[in-house]
Design a binder for this molecule. Structure first.
Ligand SMILES: [Zn+2]
Length: 386
């Protein structure tokens, strides 16, 4: 737009977009390709800018000043791990490095969504908390920390998917991420929390970092608090085969792997026609000799009306269909995001069983003869607002 000013990445002056800053003569673009168009805020983790890259992609930039060369090197190492990670549920990292004036910047794709900072009731707050801890579990497992989690760090896209954004240039530590999550949870909680969650948050805020739970431990505690025994999938599972005295008991595991990027667009929520969409995920765990052991998955759900069934489900992982297709895959779906169970044992081999808990980001497919194989899929989770 004619007359538009950008912020020079080299000196901070306002300057027209172009190859040279009018104030300092340097290139006003960060890393030669990002134009900073507005300053969004400042906090203890640095300055936040909004801008765009040369292709017009909206970006979010965080800039901070390391104390010395050793700290600059540590920030660079943390940023390298951040750029190399493979977690879903976070804003895509685009670039990181030292700026022309000796500061350090991280650039990520801007999330098209709303910050999750409005206080809500217990149920939606716990859903947000569990999802955030899911994302952090994967990040921490990969040696990546956020370093600056706060009320602007979590965005909800239009499709309901939560995205962790606004990573701090300094990185930080995993225990400090846990403490920050607890503080965010207190901000989000409008009502009195269950005692188990109050105790958990207190542990997450312990002055001694070593006394804080890990992200997977905290997620497990939140998941437990959200679960109701009557709907726990673990109760629907047949007993484990007792062979060799060593087969471990089959329990419901919380999601081990955060989810693949993907869209989960439900057109309407109350009506069965809402169950039309594709959910993305990936294989999180297998047992036995499954048709696939790893890979990205798609869970396709369509509304149908046939007998007492109201939805058709097809699941493919790593390019292999493991559930649905042909005469199979008809289910009764309920809720939003939907739940479905196809566990009757009357069909022949070749018609796998299914448990789908899209509300919890879990799908489990297994062979009719349960001991043969299981595939558990971690799904991208739309987390509803209150
Ligand atoms: Zn300048």
């Amino acid at each position: 737009m004619a007359g538009e000013l950008s912020i020079c990445a080299a000196c901070g002056a306002s300057t027209p977009p172009g190859p040279e800053c009018l104030a300092c003569g340097g290139s006003p673009r960060l890393f030669g390709r990002f134009t900073l168009s507005q300053r969004l805020g400042t906090d203890s983790h640095g300055i936040v800018f909004g801008g765009r890259d040369d292709d017009g992609v909206a970006v979010r930039v965080r800039v901070a000043e390391p104390a010395d060369d050793a700290q600059r090197a540590a920030w660079a190492a943390a940023a390298e791990a951040w750029q190399a990670q493979a977690a879903a549920g976070i804003a895509p990292p685009l670039a990181a490095g030292a700026t022309a004036d000796g500061r350090f910047a991280r650039v990520e794709e801007a999330v098209d969504g709303q910050p999750v900072r409005r206080s809500v009731g217990v149920t939606p707050m716990l859903a947000v908390l569990e999802r955030l801890l899911d994302i952090l579990s994967t990040l921490h497992e990969q040696g990546v920390t956020h370093g600056g989690i706060g009320p602007d760090s979590l965005c909800r896209r239009a499709d309901g998917v939560l995205i962790l954004t606004d990573f701090a240039p300094a990185g930080g530590t995993a225990p400090d991420d846990l403490r920050a999550v607890a503080r965010l949870a207190r901000v989000l909680a409008r009502d009195a929390l269950p005692p188990s969650i109050t105790a958990l948050l207190a542990r997450m805020e312990s002055p001694d970092p070593a006394a804080r739970p890990t992200a997977p431990q905290a997620r497990e505690a939140v998941h437990h608090a959200r679960s109701r025994p009557a709907t726990s999938p673990a109760l629907h599972l047949p007993p484990p085969p007792a062979a060799g005295g060593g087969l471990r008991r089959i329990v419901l595991l919380a999601l081990l792997v955060a989810v693949a990027a993907g869209y989960f667009i439900w057109q309407r929520r109350a009506h069965p026609d809402a169950w039309v969409g594709t959910l993305a995920g990936r294989v999180a765990r297998t047992e036995g000799n499954p048709p696939v052991r790893a890979g990205e998955c798609t869970v396709y759900i369509d509304a149908v009306r046939q007998d007492r069934k109201n939805c058709r489900i097809e699941i493919a992982c790593g390019g292999t269909r493991i559930y649905g297709g042909g005469e199979y895959g008809l289910n009764r779906c309920a809720g939003y995001p939907p739940r479905a169970e196809d566990v009757e044992g009357s069909a022949q081999d070749g018609d796998p069983r299914l448990e789908l808990y899209a509300d919890r980001g879990l799908a489990r497919v297994w062979d009719q003869r349960y001991e043969k194989w299981i595939v558990e899929i971690a799904l991208d989770v739309p987390v509803e607002e209150e």
